[in-house]
Design a protein around this ligand. Sequence first.
Ligand code: GTP
Ligand code: MG
Length: 149
Amino acid sequence: QERSYIMIKPDGVQRALVGEILSRFEKRGFKIVALKLVHSTKEHLEKHYGDLKDMPFFPGLIKYMASGPVVAIVIEGLDAVKTGRAMLGATKPLESAPGTIRGDYALAVGRNICHGSDSVENAQKEIDLWFPEGIVQYTDDKATWIFEN
Ligand code: GTP
Ligand code: MG
């Protein structure tokens, strides 16, 4: 099964949306394979958002992301990367559809609640960056009711 790295950003934690967001991924059918609360360093976040380092909003983005703890999550399931992104909604809240996490809870692009990997390749890099200790293995008994064989 495919994996994606999902992160609840500091505004999502401060606004007490952790349970709500986790619940959406659980209810959709994804298996939570890793989960932790971390107050990340700027150095670590600069690695995570390395592709955006030349963007004008980069310093503000790093400051925002380092302003409080985030919840680091790895989900596993069918098409986890694309479906995970669809559940987040578009980057800009003006374009994010109601029913998506951003479309339901965010108004500003620079305070958009959550992150999701944008490709399978980047998901693997982000999982390695945020979970260098590795991921717990366990059997998910509900899987037979969620996936076709
Ligand atoms: P992530 O899941 O966080 O990676 O968002 P994304 O993939 O939807 O967008 P992208 O990777 O292009 O940008 C990363 C983050 O930078 C966004 O989620 C926003 O928080 C922030 N960001 C992107 N564009 C802008 C912008 O124009 N202005 C500001 N202030 N922030 C932006
Ligand atoms: Mg991105």
